[in-house]
Every structure is written in structure tokens, then in C-alpha cells.
Ligand binder design. Structure first.
Ligand code: G3P
Ligand code: MG
Length: 371
């Protein structure tokens, strides 16, 4: 393939199409760049064809993650181009400005600073709770050196031995939890609590005269997951469990705790990220801003007509691209690559427009299609 993209001559039309790239399994495997990913992005940059990165990953602020990606891929990228699973959480910060929120996921409680940057004022992490109340989950004592390196113990007035005054207004799973047991247990405690007061139990739990047998009917905090991914493509050659695996574990415990096979109830939660409509609407708006930037100085920017969403996971990237209903009538076409979760073995559960070897082929297919 040619390294240097043809420069768009002034006579060539300003592109009315763009690309949305998934990250894990399309551009990188953990921190290893995928072959030809750099060339694909450089080609688009040199051709001044806009693109964004649309990932169910997260755990760091967009500015930090894009700096890392730019260095790994050796391609200059901007935070404007990056939408992570938790990016849309920022819109929820105002409604919890005066509440404590539990933020779960990421390394070393990294999501605390992300939540603060998004505008959440009172952020608590599982490490803070464990640091303040070690006996809340004895099995995590073995990880105390790790936790004490970043925990911020709670203010004294927020905890009493028996009835905690710490009241959690919402639970956000920003990124894949590391210590599933501790995180799952604290979420379970809060969902069974009286109005989000850690260390309590609601008297309504199990009351068959109430909806949902009384569970989550007593002001317990809403539970937000940033993505549904059961699998994702890391460095290991087989897919790894993602945040969807953690949620399934929690849902299994929830069903057992709320009555088991016969009487167990459904867990009420919000699951955002791909393939959801909201995530793709967010992406489309970001693409609009990115096009303004990339196509600046080229006269009238034509309406965005087509977006090619390039992904490795049929359940999130392909399903999302196929189901998305653009509020402004843009057509989204999904392209599945074989460098990630989908290994080409059998028919994908969600049918893409085409299946290609890798992101370079995906870009060439899109360009051929857009003329
Ligand atoms: O945690 C990362 C995983 O959920 C998938 O990320 O970039 O393939 O959407 P991505
Ligand atoms: Mg992926």
C-alpha cells in the first residue's frame, strides 16, 4: 500500500463521509498497535477525511488516554476525537452535584479524577470505603497495600461502626472493575440499603406486596454501567471478559440474594456505551465538531451523509452501527475486522456491511464506496 495518501486537490469534493473507529481489537491489542492501524489513520489525516475513536474502554480522562494512544500509534490525535464508554457520564454530574457518588473501575482508583474532571464533587471509591471500614469485606485485606496507595479515607462524620451516615446518591461503573468481589459486594450492600446509607438494610427488601418484591423500592441509588461488553480483545489471543462479565456476576448474586431461581428479581440498572443509541448520537455530534475542525478553510462543509463504523465486536460495534437511527439522517454502515473479538470462524451474530482483514482494508473499502 502507498504510505503517502494522495492530497485532495481543490477540485476534489470536500468529503461528506467520515469514519468512527473502535479502539480495542481494531487499532490496538492492549498497548500493542495493530499492524497497519497507524497507516490507516495517517492516510485519512493526510487526505483530510475526518474520523473519531468510539470505544467502550475507559478508566482515564480523554486527554490522558488520547496522549497515550497518540504515542502508541505514533499518530497525532486530539481528545476531541475520543469518545470513551464513560464520556457521556459527564452530562449526569449536575444532578448529583450535592450527593456522594460511588465510582467503580480502573486502576488505582483512576476514575476518581475522571469523575472530578466531569464535575462530580463528592466521589467515593471502593478503596476509600475499605480503608475506612476494613471489615466490610475481609477478603480484600490481602490487597491492602494496593488500596492504601490511593485510598482517601472518608471523613469521620460519615461513618459509624454500625449505621453509616455515608449516603450514596448514585453508583457509576466507569470502567472494568479490578477487584470484582469488593466492588460487587459494595454495590450489593447499597442496592439492599435503606436509601443508599451504607451499612443499613431496607425493611422493604423481600416484601411480596411491593413491586419487584420490595427490592430497589426504598430510594436506593441508581446503578449506571458504562458499557455492556461481555468480551473484549486484549493482548491475550482469546477474548477477555469485560464489564459485561462483571455485571453478569453481580446479576447472578442479585438473583440469588433476592430469592433465587423461584423468586429472584431483575436488577434495575442503566447500561450505556455501544451499541446504545445515546452513545452513537454522542459520537455523531463529536464527528460534526471534528469535521468543522478538519475541513476548516475548505469553504462550505457539506452535510455529513455517511459514517463508516469500524469494529471488532459484532455485539457492540456492528449491532450499534446497524441499529443507530441518526437524528439528522446520516447513514451509518458497519465494517467488521478480524483482528479482535470476531475471529472469522462463524457468521457474526450481527451482520456488517462487509467483513475485512483489518482496519487498513476497512478504510480502503469505505473510500472505494464513497468515491
Ligand atoms: O474495556 C474495553 C472493552 O470494553 C472494549 O473496548 O475499544 O473494543 O470498544 P473497545
Ligand atoms: Mg473492540
Amino acid at each position: 500500500f502507498q504510505h503517502s495518501a494522495p492530497q485532495r486537490s481543490t477540485s476534489q469534493a470536500v468529503p461528506d463521509f467520515a469514519f468512527a473507529f473502535d479502539i480495542d481489537g481494531v487499532l490496538v491489542r492492549s498497548s500493542d498497535p495493530i499492524p497497519r492501524a497507524r497507516e490507516a489513520l495517517l492516510f485519512l489525516q493526510r487526505s483530510r477525511i475526518p474520523f473519531i475513536l468510539l470505544t467502550n474502554g475507559g478508566g482515564k480522562h480523554e486527554t490522558e488516554r488520547i496522549t497515550e494512544l497518540s504515542s502508541k500509534l505514533r499518530v497525532p490525535l486530539s481528545a476531541r476525537q475520543l469518545i470513551q464508554s464513560h464520556t457521556p457520564f459527564a452530562a449526569l454530574a449536575p444532578q448529583y452535584h450535592d450527593r456522594h457518588v460511588l465510582v467503580v473501575g480502573g486502576d488505582h482508583g483512576s476514575c476518581r479524577s475522571v469523575a472530578h474532571a466531569y464535575g462530580f464533587q463528592h466521589v467515593v471509591t471502593p478503596a476509600d470505603i475499605l480503608g475506612t471500614t476494613p471489615h466490610i469485606w475481609p477478603s480484600s485485606a490481602v490487597f491492602s497495600a494496593y488500596y492504601s496507595s490511593f485510598a482517601q479515607p472518608l471523613r469521620n462524620d460519615l461513618q459509624k461502626h454500625k449505621r453509616s451516615l455515608l449516603q450514596i446518591g448514585a453508583i457509576f461503573v466507569f470502567a472494568d472493575p479490578r477487584d470484582w468481589a469488593l466492588d460487587l459486594h459494595l454495590i450489593l450492600d447499597l442496592l439492599l440499603s435503606h436509601q443508599g446509607h451504607l451499612g443499613t438494610r431496607s425493611p422493604r427488601n423481600g416484601d411480596a406486596s411491593l413491586p419487584n418484591r420490595g427490592y430497589q423500592q426504598d430510594g436506593q441509588p441508581p446503578l449506571y454501567f458504562s458499557n455492556p461488553d461481555l468480551w473484549w480483545a486484549a493482548r491475550y489471543h482469546l477474548p477477555r471478559l469485560g464489564q459485561g462479565g462483571f455485571r453478569e456476576a453481580l446479576e447472578g448474586v442479585w438473583r440469588a440474594v433476592t430469592g433465587g431461581e423461584k423468586e429472584g428479581v431483575e436488577l434495575k440498572k442503566e447500561v450505556l456505551g455501544k451499541p446504545g443509541q445515546a452513545m452513537f448520537e454522542y459520537a455523531e455530534r463529536a464527528l460534526g465538531e471534528e469535521r468543522e475542525e478538519v475541513l476548516k478553510g475548505e469553504g462550505d462543509v457539506p452535510k455529513l451523509r455517511k459514517v463508516y463504523v469500524i469494529g471488532d465486536n459484532p455485539e457492540s460495534d456492528i449491532r450499534g452501527g446497524n441499529m443507530f437511527e441518526s437524528p439528522v439522517g446520516t447513514e451509518w454502515e458497519s465494517v467488521l475486522v478480524r483482528t479482535g473479538v470476531f475471529d472469522g470462524g462463524k457468521e457474526p451474530a450481527w451482520k456488517p456491511k462487509t467483513i475485512v482483514k483489518d482496519v487498513w482494508e476497512a478504510v480502503q473499502w469505505g473510500l472505494d464506496r464513497s468515491g
